[in-house]
Design a protein around this ligand. Structure first.
Ligand code: 5GP
Ligand code: MN
Length: 333
């Protein structure tokens, strides 16, 4: 490649796009890879599979994948479109258009981040406040409740008929990212109503994603919550509560059980900020952060190498759990 071409390629990057340009690029794709974030949740998988189904119907060859773990979380296996998922190792190295879903930064792609290099163009579709605009084309709506809500808007403008299969995927992201419709805004329920009106079983989707755990979840909770710690002086006196989940606590429990813990810890009324430290199999830690009103945890997470939303963010780190708590407390001020 000549220098001139390199210059023009880099000028292409970091472009903000709106729905019409994103739609035009998707329409013109000759092949597409859709990447979801590592440790995928229902929003990244729901938006990825919904778009993949639409591209498949338009005759565009499409793959969907995520960097880790190897298997799709069990609670998402009923989603329509899973036939388009491929293992990370089978993701094409050269593709016309690479789309990332619900990823605030390239690091969220894990080992698949290298696929950004050989894509003709990269389209980042997301709703994270901290998004680093790592694509050539960046469709970022940080006012959207979920990435699936952005995708629903795109389908409407595109003239895509949102049938029950698409609605199932879109609803899954909406119900999880709004905390079962607790963090809502005008329009959230209108979208939910439209999706439910296609005939999907919203109660079943939500129960499977959010309200189903094996019995072993209960002793794990008991162990982890018993050692939860309250630090009233942290975060400028607003308070921090944290809990630590070690590999020994996890055993063979699923990600669904591990990810549920923050939703209990964050209800602590004496603490503005809640954190859960989750030990990975390689000994590193992923940290979930939540706040209630006046602490922007996305800023703290970004400072510590991660990102997220104002009231929900995260990062990964190495070291001992007490080192991680110390650096978190320091960053909270
Ligand atoms: P959770 O605590 O549910 O894993 O994540 C909360 C929010 O923070 C999500 O929106 C998620 O995308 C974001 N987040 C979690 N971990 C990371 C991380 O390591 N890097 C970045 N950039 N964002 C993260
Ligand atoms: Mn999301």
């Amino acid at each position: 490649m000549t220098n001139i071409q390199e210059t023009s390629a880099s000028e292409l990057s970091h472009r903000e796009v709106q729905l019409p340009q994103a739609i035009a690029r998707l329409e013109n794709a000759t092949s597409a890879t859709i990447l979801c974030h590592v440790q995928p949740d229902a929003d990244t998988i729901g938006s990825g599979l919904a778009l993949a189904l639409v591209l498949e119907r338009k005759g565009i060859p499409v793959q969907v994948a995520f960097g880790a773990p190897d298997e799709l979380p069990e609670s998402m296996r009923e989603f329509p479109g899973t036939h388009l998922l491929v293992p990370a190792s089978q993701v094409r190295r050269n593709v016309d258009l690479l789309v990332t879903m619900d990823c605030g930064s390239a690091g969220r792609l894990g080992k698949l981040a290298d696929r950004l290099e050989n894509a003709g163009e990269t389209l980042v579709i997301d709703h994270h406040r901290s998004n680093t605009r790592f694509g050539n084309m960046n469709l970022i709506d940080d006012s959207a409740e979920s990435t699936t809500a952005v995708v629903a808007q795109m389908f409407d403008l595109w003239g895509v008929d949102i049938d029950a299969d698409l609605a199932h995927c879109l609803y899954a992201g909406l119900v999880t990212d709004t905390g079962s419709f607790r963090w809502v805004q005008p329009g959230t329920h209108t979208l939910a109503e439209r999706l439910l009106d296609t005939g999907i079983d919203g109660a079943r989707i939500a129960r499977r994603l959010l309200d189903t755990h094996p019995f072993g979840w209960l002793p794990m909770l008991s162990e982890v919550l018993a050692s939860a710690t309250l630090m009233p002086e942290a975060a400028g006196g607003r308070g921090l509560v944290f809990a630590v989940i070690r590999q020994a606590d996890i055993g063979d429990l699923r990600s669904e059980e591990v990810e549920s813990v923050i939703d209990i810890v964050r209800t602590t009324s004496e603490a503005e900020v809640a954190a859960v430290l989750k030990e990975a199999t390689d000994g590193s830690w992923s940290v979930s952060l939540r706040s209630k009103s006046d602490v922007d945890v996305s800023r703290v997470a970004r400072y510590l190498g991660g990102g997220g939303h104002r009231f929900a963010a995260g990062y990964t780190s190495t070291g001992t759990s007490s080192e991680i708590v110390t650096s978190l407390v320091d960053s909270l001020g």
